[in-house]
Design a protein around this ligand. Structure first.
Ligand code: ATP
Length: 224
């Protein structure tokens, strides 16, 4: 399932003028590919990630994941596309504090009542084993370290086997050693699932764990 971004533009109307944040972004990524995106504050990295995640709409241009442009779908279609095809990992883990680790990983599956409960729980346990948290299944998020919480968030993002995994400063709250481990974990699991990973970061340590780094510059993605 490849990702093809063509001439993607996004402007925001401001009082004085149109603020052109994305000015013709081009990007093609194949399954298993992982890329870090860097660039100065305000250059449009989060804007791009939000559009790729269908949380925001482009002004023009196209995004195709497995040849489907989500912005041609209606709102219900976009929501289903997002749930089934895209996984998110944010700087803040956004785990539900009252749910334990296993329950948190299963949250994205709750909107799919037809999924086999035992089968999907087995997938969640397997993912938690892969992120090294088999011994923490019944812990609440408050009882975990920052790195462990982010590992839960990664397992949750992967539970429905997304084609595209989007990470916005995924290691921003972690110390350098843990940040590198979490970055390597993201890359390994993305490859194992033949997904595509795009991580936005200010951290050159995290970017260094990626085979390819791009930079947002003047509204375009250029090699770093
Ligand atoms: N809803 C909005 N309305 C108007 N301007 C916006 C809106 N959202 C973002 N912007 C502007 O678009 C530009 C890009 O913002 P964006 O958050 O994408 O940058 P960023 O590269 O992710 O920055 P950072 O590294 O600080 O997170 C900024 O100048 C910001 O002020």
């Amino acid at each position: 399932m490849s990702l093809e971004v063509r001439d993607l533009r996004k402007s925001y109307p401001t009082r004085a003028e149109q603020l052109e944040v994305l000015r013709g972004v081009e990007l093609t990524l194949q399954p298993g590919e992982t890329v870090a995106i860097m660039g100065p504050s305000g250059s449009g990295k989060s804007t791009l990630l939000n559009i790729l995640g269908t949380l925001d709409k482009p002004t023009s241009g196209s995004v195709k994941l497995n040849k489907v442009d989500p912005f041609t779908l209606d709102e219900t279609g976009i929501a289903a596309f997002r749930n089934q095809r895209i996984g998110f990992v944010f700087q803040e883990h956004h785990l539900l504090p009252q749910c334990n680790v296993l329950e948190n990983v299963l949250i994205p599956t709750l909107v799919h009542p037809n999924l086999d409960k035992a089968q999907i729980e087995a997938v969640a346990r397997k993912l938690l084993e892969e992120v090294g948290l088999s011994h923490r299944l019944s812990h609440q998020p408050a009882e975990l370290s920052g790195g462990e919480r982010q590992r839960v968030a990664i397992a949750r993002a992967l539970i429905l086997k997304p084609a595209l995994l989007l990470a916005d400063e995924p290691t921003g709250n972690l110390d350098q050693k843990i940040a590198r481990e979490v970055g390597e974990l993201l890359i390994r699991l993305t490859r194992e699932q033949s997904a595509i990973l795009i991580a936005v970061t200010h951290s050159s340590e995290l970017a260094a764990t990626f085979p390819r780094t791009l930079k947002m510059e003047e509204g375009l993605l250029v090699p770093a």
